[in-house]
Design a binder for this molecule. Structure first.
Ligand code: GLP
Length: 249
């Protein structure tokens, strides 16, 4: 088992520890490259980074960021686009420079997508690679939007979203019909190239899939299991998300 799990009594404490790691990284390397995630899980982490910026003078002025993914067909100003999620929950509240954060675009014509995805990969490489990648995990074990079946060598590309992923997103959109069917996502290989990866998972509803990712076979059925092959990967869990792990260890 290559994945180290760190279990906290609650999500707040886990998020605080991850924020501290990021703070130390930025203090060491002011132009650090962060890989960022969306979803409910990183919200406490972003809140803590905003607090560190406001109260402890943590500056993001030189930090570069790359988000994992973006829905297809949502303009940036759509309230559920990951672009607006990032503005609302992090970028609007810190001193990051607008040229320094990157998200894939979900608004390109089909024939422009492959070139855009390649340019995204090249931009990550040109930045020197991702120093610290934050991940959540989908209920079917996806990381980014790498749904079951995504290969370990996958790169940034257009992906089709699974039913379970779309139904999990449905409340935010009002109904499943309004959830996009496709997205642009960093690939598994892109994620695995990050120098350090922290996956956050909170709540009992993540317990089963966390145990599969940590203790199950490395398999395309659970793309988070690919993280077992990484040399510097930690799962930061609350005790609820770690429930099945304790039983299987
Ligand atoms: C979406 C995102 C993932 C995220 C997952 C879990 O599918 N693309 O990056 O990890 O949702 O979301 P939540 O943190 O809300 O459980």
């Amino acid at each position: 088992m290559a994945i180290e799990t760190i279990i906290f009594p609650d999500a707040e404490q886990a998020a605080q520890q991850v924020a501290k790691k990021i703070q130390q990284l930025i203090q060491r390397k002011p132009d650090a490259v962060l890989g960022l995630a969306t979803g409910g899980t990183p919200l406490l982490l972003y809140r803590e980074l905003i607090r560190m910026h406001a109260e402890e003078g943590l500056s993001f002025a030189q930090v570069r960021t790359f988000n994992l993914d973006e829905y297809e067909g949502l303009p940036p100003d759509h309230p559920e686009s990951y672009w607006s999620f990032m503005q609302r929950n992090l970028f609007d509240h810190i001193d990051i420079s607008p040229g320094n954060y990157h998200l894939p675009s979900g608004m390109l014509a089909a024939d422009a997508v492959p070139e855009h995805c390649e340019a995204y990969e090249n931009a990550i490489r040109a930045a020197g690679g991702i120093d610290f990648q934050i991940l959540g995990i989908g209920r079917n074990g996806h990381i980014g939007f790498n749904e079951p079946g995504s290969t370990i060598s996958s790169r940034t590309r257009r992906v089709t979203l699974c039913e379970v992923t779309r139904s999990d997103a449905a409340p935010a959109f009002g109904s499943i019909e309004q959830v996009p069917t496709h997205a642009i996502s960093m690939g598994c290989a892109t994620i695995l190239e990050a120098k350090e990866i922290v996956l956050l998972a909170f709540g009992e509803h993540k317990a089963e899939i966390v145990a599969q990712a940590v203790c199950g076979d490395v398999s395309e059925n659970v793309t988070a299991s690919y993280l077992q092959t990484h040399q510097n990967i930690h799962f930061y869990l609350d005790s609820a998300a770690a429930r099945d792990l304790r039983e299987s260890m």
